[in-house]
Design a protein around this ligand. Structure first.
Ligand code: HEC
Length: 240
């Protein structure tokens, strides 16, 4: 049933997970609720607080398709495995449902204080952002091997500067030029020369940005190089 849905989507050219585009709905509504609520409280404008309340209704309604898309993505792409970020996401989604319900019930009372409402809008937003954080954890961390502690600084530099285009040591622009087996990794000197002034094999300028010393210091480049060499070429399994 789920396979049939993704097959159908693939036929029209959609081959990505479904959950990420849906998340913009509730997160957008939570941001709107927070901003309007805060403005309503500071400016003492009831109409703004009322608008924030309507945004929470939107977040509540949109939460359901978003969670449903998340569950079927989880079944399809992760075979329903109970990995840590998924546990966190499920727990946080339940908490968000509870928080949104409390906000909706509290907002209907005429005696509720504007400050209490702003507090609830803030809690809902923080919850939504945390959900996004664990989503990022799933997408980016999952693509990288775990390494020993001394390689963690290099791994962080890799996540910040390189993993977008070289996830898992590959190359999203030129799959035939994966970082994992690049000739530039032969020595630190050839590596740093390339990173400071990247070129395609024919010598022309390609899509890879040049990393100057202000973006990547020599020391960071060394840590990065060690991580790529040890971490990506020979992944160390955690728990060994
Ligand atoms: C915006 C995407 C992008 C980012 C970010 C990026 N690269 Fe690249 N990388 C490429 C592309 C595209 C190529 C092919 C050569 C080119 O474009 O100059 C490449 C090529 C390489 C190669 C040579 C691969 C081969 O097999 O010939 C190395 C080594 C490399 N990148 C290292 C890095 C490192 C280290 C970082 C992070 C500091 C990084 N890249 C960040 C896109 C990127």
């Amino acid at each position: 049933m789920i396979d049939a849905l993704y097959d159908l989507l693939a036929k029209i050219g959609y081959t990505h997970p479904l959950h990420p585009p849906f998340t913009h709905g509730p997160i957008g509504a939570l941001i709107v609720a927070f901003c309007l609520g805060l403005a309503g409280w500071i400016l003492r404008r009831h109409v703004l607080l009322l608008s924030a309340y309507y945004a929470v209704i939107m977040a509540f309604v949109l939460l359901f398709p978003t969670v449903a898309a998340g569950i079927i993505d989880w079944q399809y792409y992760y075979s329903g495995a109970w990995i840590n970020p998924i546990r966190m996401k499920i727990g946080l989604a339940i908490l968000l449902l509870i928080l949104l319900s409390i906000t909706l019930i509290a907002g209907r009372r005429s005696t509720v204080r504007p400050f209490s409402m702003v507090l609830l809008f803030t809690l809902c937003l923080v919850n939504g952002i945390s959900l996004g954080y664990f989503g990022g954890q799933l997408v980016y961390e999952g693509r990288l091997p775990t390494v020993s502690d001394e390689l963690l600084p290099g791994r962080r530099i890799f996540i910040n500067h390189c993993s977008g285009c070289h996830a898992n040591g590959g190359n999203i622009f030129y799959p035939n030029l994966p970082l994992r087996s690049a000739p530039q990794l032969e020595s630190y000197e050839t590596f740093i020369e390339f990173v400071r002034n990247p070129r395609l094999p024919d010598g022309s300028k390609g899509p890879m940005p040049a990393f100057t010393t202000s973006r990547l210091t020599d020391q960071q480049a060394r840590e990065l190089y060690n991580y790529i060499l040890v971490g990506l070429a020979k992944p160390v399994r955690s728990g060994n």
